[in-house]
Write a protein that binds this ligand. Structure first.
Ligand code: IYR
Length: 224
């Protein structure tokens, strides 16, 4: 390692050997219980929870530490209504012909359609933008690296924190979603990546059994 630039000692919190596996298990067990929810209650959620989740997300690892993301947290009813309206226009076109037969068949067991009432019902929409390029202090264009990987990890942190706080979440990607940048006044170098919907589940919320069927461990993992 070359250390031409300043470094400081790592601030690492070690875990006692005997505690490590149980902690990993407990954390995994909690994450395993996260479900994608499409029916939300309009029960309000403190902004502090959303701030904590964004704080976790902005500390995610990223290509060259360029942090190529921006999070727009929307609680405003009017803005949520406009997002729903625009998303449903795109989704209607998607379900009514733009999507391939194969794609629609794959979605059937999830029971999704063009209607997206949760975009208004849920108290918070966190619209995640990926910064395609940044700028250096002199205004010149700064290249970003591994943008989808970085923003994807940040979304994972966001989802994990919201789940840990006791909120239901949904990753929603209207197709296409260029309208989000326009609606939310984001600059041209940012591209909408996904909407993370967060709130309390509706009391009668259900989950499709199809979403619960996970591939067996040995099918998705190989050890040498
Ligand atoms: N964007 C659409 C369709 C959709 C696509 C996939 I892949 C999903 O896993 C779920 C939905 C929608 O939100 O309905």
């Amino acid at each position: 390692m070359s250390h031409d630039f300043p470094h400081r000692p790592l601030d690492f919190h070690p875990v006692a050997g005997a505690e490590m596996a149980p902690r990993a298990r407990a954390f995994a067990d909690d994450l395993i219980r996260r479900r994608t929810v499409r029916e939300f209650s309009d029960h309000q959620v403190d902004r502090a929870i959303i701030e904590a989740a964004i704080d976790a997300a902005r500390h995610a690892p990223s290509g060259a530490n360029h942090q190529p993301w921006h999070f727009v947290a929307v609680a405003d009813r009017g803005v949520k209504a406009r997002i729903r309206e625009a998303a449903e226009v795109e989704e209607k076109a998607f379900y009514d012909g733009k999507a391939s037969e194969e794609w629609l068949r794959a979605l059937k067991p999830l029971g999704t359609d063009w209607r997206k009432p949760f975009l208004e019902t849920a108290p918070w929409l966190i619209v995640v933008f990926a910064e395609q390029w940044g700028s250096w202090p002199d205004g010149s264009r700064k290249k970003n690296y591994y943008v989808p990987e970085s923003v994807g990890i940040a979304c994972g942190f966001l989802l994990a924190t919201l789940h840990r706080a006791g909120l239901a979440t949904l990753t929603h990607t209207p197709n296409p979603m260029g309208f989000l940048g326009t609606l939310l006044g984001r600059p041209r170098n940012e591209k909408a990546y996904m909407i993370v919907v967060a709130g309390h589940p509706a009391p009668d919320a259900v989950v499709p059994l199809h979403a619960l069927a996970k591939k067996p461990f040995d099918e998705v993992a190989t050890f040498f």
